[in-house]
Design a protein around this ligand. Sequence first.
Ligand code: ATP
Ligand code: MG
Length: 252
Amino acid sequence: MNERIPILHARNLYKIYEKGEEKVYALDGVDFELYKGEMVAVMGASGSGKSTLLNVLGALDSPTRGGIRIHGKEAKNYHVEPNATKYRSQNIGFVFQNFNLLKDLTVEDNLALPLILKNMGDKVISQKVEEMILLVGLDGRQKHRPVELSGGQQQRVAIARALITSPPVLLADEPTGNLDYNTSIEILEMILKIKESMNQSIIMVTHDPKVATYADRVIFLHDGKLVDEYRKSEKKGHMDEILNKTKKILEG
Ligand SMILES: Nc1ncnc2c1ncn2[C@@H]1O[C@H](COP(=O)(O)OP(=O)(O)OP(=O)(O)O)[C@@H](O)[C@H]1O
Ligand SMILES: [Mg+2]
């Protein structure tokens, strides 16, 4: 396998909204490569296009122009049904700020659902569900419903559900946005552990420079354009560098 082929390559993505005469370029020619095992944080001001980028990469939304290559192969019309459903189910796991669990289902049933949709057998399903429950530290909570869990626990379930089908790419939109500081750190540490043990590729949107310090690379969006990039360095003070870049971009 050629390691230099990106697991996901977004090619010249545009998303243009037309409001009467006015056009909003939510994505304005974004080119972006994600490599196997890499965690990339997407930062930028409110309205800069972060969620749009994630939704377009995940085929929850369609680009106006541009395309995606997965492992070097063009995902033709990936955003058009029935391709979009197949693209998502083969390639993408999603985690959202609001957890988006099914409230009437128990933890284990929430986790089983993506596998049921893939027509897996009962035995494999219970095995995988149990594995993921242990991985995210929710043993003993199998029969709980989402309302019976804390925010952090709900996000653990959501992360387990996103990863249970072993998708090549995990897309997370502000995964710690609804959590307090300590819980956010716990969740990020868990994501990092999973990234390292499973070599999981991750794209994570965040407002928070502290969250971005967990990433191998930080990209900055401004008005739908990728305007800067920062690679994690081992030296002390890279948090300050991310903060400085964020400030510079926010101040235009
Ligand atoms: N359905 C839509 N119709 C029209 N304009 C939209 C639509 N969705 C998003 N936009 C516009 O696209 C731009 C990018 O929005 P997006 O939600 O991607 O921003 P964001 O960076 O995720 O912001 P936030 O940090 O507030 O979540 C904004 O100007 C927004 O108003
Ligand atoms: Mg957003």
